[in-house]
Structure formats: structure tokens, C-alpha cells
Design a protein around this ligand. Structure first.
Ligand code: ADP
Ligand code: MG
Length: 261
């Protein structure tokens, strides 16, 4: 016996679209057929459909947050191998993923050598913030500084700073990889001062704090930046050799062992 298609009530889809209920507008018939075969009461049908709208909307909002964050790649904590970082306190990292630090406008600093997973954790944490509906923006320290220098040259610095301050979390990747000139250092310092105690920063750096004066050119500015960033911060230290190199070596060894056997 062929199923009879439930006829579309006049105006239904148009009305749902007028109300911006896009999931309901596309799903009403499928859910209605389901409800009919399960003999669900009308109220259950409505509840089911409304719930689909709510979850669909939430999912779209999260996807938009992730897109707006401009992550260079997507990383998750699930894919992070804690055994490779025995120095990291797993519970301390997991606590950050609860997102409470954002409500306190606290910061996170990841310090360690190249390839030790700093950017991986920063992105995974940023993505978790997006999942919790926070506004996140990923940038490198060099990119942010260039952005500020350019905005200043066009007389738009305060507007740019205002835009950036709308994000709940700004990820500043690779602080210390490229030294700034005096103007760049001053502008970055201005940004950090501006967001201090209002917004959260996630900073990754290969430089121990003692060497930050090399980036900020003068020791006083460096001390002021460290003071602001580290004042309310969780500092995570990653250690050891590059994970990429290590896993390549492990693969090579495994291949050699397989050949020998
Ligand atoms: P860093 O920013 O410290 O230079 P990355 O986070 O870019 O290092 O890590 C380099 C590569 O190695 C990335 O592909 C990252 O996903 C991977 N990686 C690093 N550490 C780990 C780890 N502990 N578990 C899984 N992948 C890791
Ligand atoms: Mg990195």
C-alpha cells in the first residue's frame, strides 16, 4: 500500500519562512508522517518539530562561530595525545574546556618549543568556546600587529580595536616568532591593555617570559605585557621534541621492524 502524501496546508511553509523557522519549513511533512505512523498526539508533533528547529538553529550558530573564528585548521582535544606531553596536567587542561575562564576574562598562555602541540590545544580550546556559543577570533601575533598597523595608517585604529573587543576570546598564536618594530610593539601593547580584564586571550609562544623583552623591544613594555597577560592566566608548558618528527620517527621504526621480521 503506497503512503498517501500529507497535503500541504495553504500558507504553512510561507508562514514558517516569514517567522524564520527554516527547519520547520523543510521538516514539517517528514515529522508529520512520522507522527501519523506513530499515532502521536498533535502536541507531541508540534513539540518534536519545534525541537528540531531549536537544535538546528543551535548547530548553525556554532558553525557560524567556527567560521567567524577563522581557524587555520580544525583540531580537537580528542585527537590530542596527552601521553606525548607528560608535563601537562590533563585536569587543568580539561577544566579550561569548561569555559569558565572566559566569564572571568582570564587568559591562557601556552609556552613551549616548535611542534609541541601549542597551536593544536589553542585551536581545540577555541573550538570548544565556539561550541559554548562564545565569539572567538584566531590570529597570529604578526597578523594582528599588521592589522593594527594598517588600521592606524588609515586612521581606523579605534574602530579596529572596537571590532576586536567584540570577540570573547582572541587567540594570539606564535607570539615571539617574528620580532616587531617599535610601532608594531606599541600597537600590540595597546590592544593587550585594551582587552585586559575584559576579554580572554589565548597566547601561544616559543619564548619563555624572560625573553619577551626581545619581542617588545623594551623591557618595561615587556614587563607590562607579561603582567597583564599572566596576571589572571593559566600557563601551560609543552615540552619535548616536535610531535611531527617524533611520530615520523616512530612510523619509520615500525616500518623497519616490520621489514626485519
Ligand atoms: P606548535 O604550535 O607547538 O608548534 P602544533 O600544535 O602546530 O605545534 O603541532 C604540530 C603538529 O603536531 C600538529 O599537526 C599537531 O596536531 C600535532 N601534535 C602536536 N602535539 C600533539 C599531541 N600531543 N597529540 C597529537 N597531535 C599533536
Ligand atoms: Mg604553533
Amino acid at each position: 500500500m503506497g503512503k498517501v502524501k500529507i497535503p500541504e496546508p495553504p500558507h504553512l511553509v510561507a508562514d514558517l519562512k516569514t517567522l524564520y523557522l527554516s527547519t520547520m519549513a523543510t521538516q514539517w511533512r517528514q515529522v508529520a508522517e512520522d507522527a501519523k505512523s506513530k499515532r502521536l498526539p498533535h502536541a507531541e508533533y508540534l513539540a518534536e518539530l519545534a525541537h528540531l528547529e531549536v537544535t538546528g538553529r543551535r548547530e548553525r550558530r556554532i558553525q557560524r562561530r567556527i567560521k567567524d573564528a577563522r581557524f587555520p585548521m580544525l583540531k580537537t582535544l580528542d585527537a590530542f595525545d596527552f601521553d606525548a606531553q607528560p608535563g601537562l596536567d590533563r585536569d587543568e587542561v580539561l577544566e579550561l574546556f569548561g569555559g569558565e575562564f572566559i566569564e572571568k576574562a582570564a587568559n591562557v598562555v601556552l609556552v613551549g618549543g616548535v611542534g609541541t602541540g601549542k597551536t593544536h590545544i589553542a585551536i581545540a580550546l577555541g573550538m570548544a568556546c565556539c561550541q559554548n556559543d562564545y565569539r572567538v577570533r584566531f590570529t597570529t601575533a604578526a597578523e594582528l600587529t599588521n592589522m593594527l598597523v594598517e588600521a592606524k595608517s588609515r586612521d581606523r585604529l579605534s574602530r579596529k580595536l572596537e571590532q576586536l573587543a567584540r570577540f570573547d576570546v582572541v587567540i594570539l598564536d606564535e607570539l615571539g616568532y617574528v620580532p616587531f618594530d617599535k610601532q608594531g610593539a606599541d600597537l600590540l601593547f595597546g590592544f593587550i591593555t585594551r582587552v585586559y580584564e575584559r576579554r580572554s586571550l589565548i597566547v601561544t609562544t616559543n619564548l619563555p617570559f624572560a625573553k619577551w623583552s626581545e619581542v617588545f623591544l623594551d623591557a618595561t613594555a615587556a614587563a607590562a605585557v607579561i603582567d597583564r597577560i599572566v596576571h589572571h592566566a593559566t600557563v601551560l608548558k609543552t615540552e619535548g621534541n616536535s610531535y611531527r618528527l617524533r611520530s615520523a620517527t616512530r612510523k619509520r621504526r615500525r616500518r623497519a621492524a616490520a621489514k626485519a621480521s
